[in-house]
Design a protein around this ligand. Sequence first.
Ligand code: FA5
Ligand code: MG
Length: 411
Amino acid sequence: ESIKDVGTYGDRKTIELCGRKISEDDWTNITPRILDHIGRNIYLQKNHPLSILRQKIIDYFYSNYLGHRGTPVFSVYETLSPLVTTVQNFDSLLIEKDHPSRRKSDCYYIDRDHLLRAHMTAHQAELIKSGLDRFLMIGDVYRRDEIDATHYPVFHQVDAVRLFTGTELHGDRWGSNGKSLFGNGTRTHDCQECHDEMSVKLVEMDLKTCLMGLTRSLFGKGISHRWTETYFPFTHPSWELEIDFNGEWMEVLGCGVVEQSILKKAGASDRIGWAFGLGLERLAMLLFNIPDIRLFWSKDSGFLSQFKEGTITKYKPISQFPQCINDISFWLPNDKFSANDFYDLVRVIGGDIVEQVSLVDEFTHPKSGKKSHCYRIVYRHMEKTLTQEEVNAIHSKIEKNASETLGVIVR
Ligand code: FA5
Ligand code: MG
């Protein structure tokens, strides 16, 4: 269970979360509003659409992968702590020290060594190390990102890993010493240097069959899909699965053949395997017809009462309240300015009544060389009509805070 409490330790603030006390340093960028989401566990909340979808995915794995005695072969981990180390989130997955995904502008850091996990893959290496061959990891993940109807700084992922011994993959065809999994060639675009090409093909087929089975079990047999090749530091080869949603391709997951050095380090060097990670919100928005990602966090019974564990029903909007649009323009400071810092500030002050923030104009003054940004903030309450006074009060607070903390000069 997690506690959210900010105290002081000497002259440094300490942050207490998930049973740990951590002193702030120059990497700390976690905000109280984000801390408030830890422990909500909406993905485990009975009759919540995210929980219904989570259970459907677990059921697919339980019913399609049975052991000799009819017991499930995938084990499920869904209460792993979201507070992780940079080793878990990055190093254990071969993510280079200067990889953009480590940036302060992209993650929520508690201090330089701890962050809120940015993907469920953060737990992969340690679970393999503990001796597991087939498992699912489900939970909340945290990323600093743009703000719109499909992006929220907290979302949920299901990750999975399946490892094979030589015998499991090939049967007894090659004997059971597992040698046939490995070759000693060079890395090509579809095979790691240490892998046997035939084995990699079988792993790819098993992975894609599994994921298409899952997609069809959720969306029906007629769903159109395509696989695209992609890159992850922790898998090779790697793919993304896209499905056709109203004539547009939508990415639903990333996957691939696990980098062998990860398995080796985790004590599973005699195995080969696949992994994938998918986002629950995007799938749930399609399945339940939910138009805005913020609705998942609603405590309103008008929303929650529409869903029932075990069934997929379409969401019916209670009513649509009007938007209120205000722009803010400011001169940027001379030193560095990150748009994500501004987005966070808007979120901290405006909270969930901010529907969208977008950069609508930027220009450089021809004489002074100073840069100016104009952001459009769209306010909309999910459950009532906002008055112009209410919006103005929040908007001025954002202006005031931006000039005080980001060094910008409001125009
Ligand atoms: C990852 O997070 C990888 N860890 C996935 C993976 C696992 C690859 C294991 C290989 C092996 P990515 O950042 O693309 O990859 O996110 C995975 C999925 O999460 C996306 O396909 C999407 O469905 C979902 N997702 C990503 N960002 C967001 C977001 N801002 N809002 C909602 N869903 C998101
Ligand atoms: Mg992606």
